[in-house]
Design a protein around this ligand. Structure first.
Ligand code: ZN
Ligand code: ZN
Length: 110
């Protein structure tokens, strides 16, 4: 008797497929070489080893080709400046983004 579950597993299965999102190498903070690439690992339902249906879209990650470490985008690049440098209201001293013209707490013009 044929075990259908095992048979199905052989012809169809979920397999990962690595997609390179950006060919431009980035610096790997672990080994210091520009061999880290922006990639995404998607999971496909494969039948006879042919991916036919994308079942899961992976998170974009930077993976070093040399040490195979996953590098976080902010790991090597300088941290992005905090948008709208916080500034306190000079009337009620509540924290506000600097692009506010009026304080939403006390309603005064800044
Ligand atoms: Zn590396
Ligand atoms: Zn205020």
């Amino acid at each position: 008797m044929i075990n259908l579950d095992a048979f199905f597993f052989v012809i169809a299965g979920i397999s990962p497929k690595v997609k390179v999102l950006d060919e431009k190498p980035r610096r790997c903070p672990v080994c210091g070489l520009h061999q880290a690439y922006y990639k995404r690992v998607d999971h496909y339902l494969s039948v006879f080893f042919i991916p036919i249906l994308k079942v899961k879209t992976g998170e974009p990650v930077i993976i070093c080709a040399r040490c195979e470490r996953t590098v976080s985008e902010s790991g090597s690049a300088p941290a992005a400046p905090v948008q709208g440098e916080a500034r306190g209201c000079r009337f009620c001293s509540k924290d506000l983004p600097s692009d506010y013209t009026f304080c939403p707490h006390c309603g005064r013009r800044l």
